[in-house]
Design a protein around this ligand. Structure first.
Ligand SMILES: Cc1cc2nc3c(=O)[nH]c(=O)nc-3n(C[C@H](O)[C@H](O)[C@H](O)COP(=O)(O)O)c2cc1C
Length: 175
């Protein structure tokens, strides 16, 4: 397995961070990388809100149990899609940009924790996101706490998720 494949497999969600600021200039570089994600007609229908305000992070951390890690993260990011910019593909486009951002962050030693916040009305209000824009996700970002050990993870075997040529055909009949 090559280094990039190993890097992709090693990536785990990070939910505990060092008390060390994340330079905004570095995050701008990561967003520049995210802007290279595949997206329909290259319209880049997304915006990133960089959140460093302690009160805002604290309020977002109360959205639900899985959001608590943003309070202690040095930075939060809200990723917002713009359906008016790309009416048919904004969701797929923006999720691609999120994944590019996340992987770029890991490549420079940062860790990222997702927070389920899709169209969360309270989060949209806190962040003053207009109604016609779509909140895709919130992310906690920071330098990982070296003592943080994620639970071991198992994944499905490829054969469990592969069909050949037609839905539910499990055997490969041609080379
Ligand atoms: C759409 C989405 C929503 C998620 N929501 C949360 C969340 O609210 N809180 C959290 O701590 N992790 C959340 N996660 C992270 C998943 O729990 C995590 O990616 C999954 O368990 C696999 O673990 P890994 O990322 O360490 O490989 C979310 C991930 C995705 C893609």
């Amino acid at each position: 397995m090559n280094e990039i494949l190993e890097f992709l497999i090693k990536r785990r969600s990070v939910r505990s961070f060092q008390n060390k600021p994340v330079p905004v200039e570095l995050v701008k570089e990561l967003i520049y990388v995210a802007n290279h994600a595949p997206n329909s007609m290259n319209r880049e229908p997304w915006k990133f809100i960089i959140i460093t305000d302690e009160e805002i992070k604290e309020r977002l951390s109360k959205l639900h149990k899985g959001a608590s890690h943003i309070a202690k993260a040095p930075m939060g990011i809200a990723v917002v899609a713009e359906p008016d910019v790309s009416p048919h593909t904004w969701m797929v486009d923006t999720v691609n940009a999120v994944m590019y951002f996340v992987l770029a962050a890991y490549s420079v030693g940062l860790g990222v924790g997702w927070i389920a916040a899709y169209e969360n009305a309270e989060a949209k209000e806190i962040l003053k996101i207009p109604k016609d824009k779509v909140l895709i996700t919130l992310l906690s970002i920071g330098y990982p706490d070296p003592d943080y050990k994620p639970n071991p993870k198992t994944v499905k075997n490829p054969d469990e998720v592969i069909f050949y040529n037609y839905w539910e055909v499990k055997n490969q009949t041609s080379p």
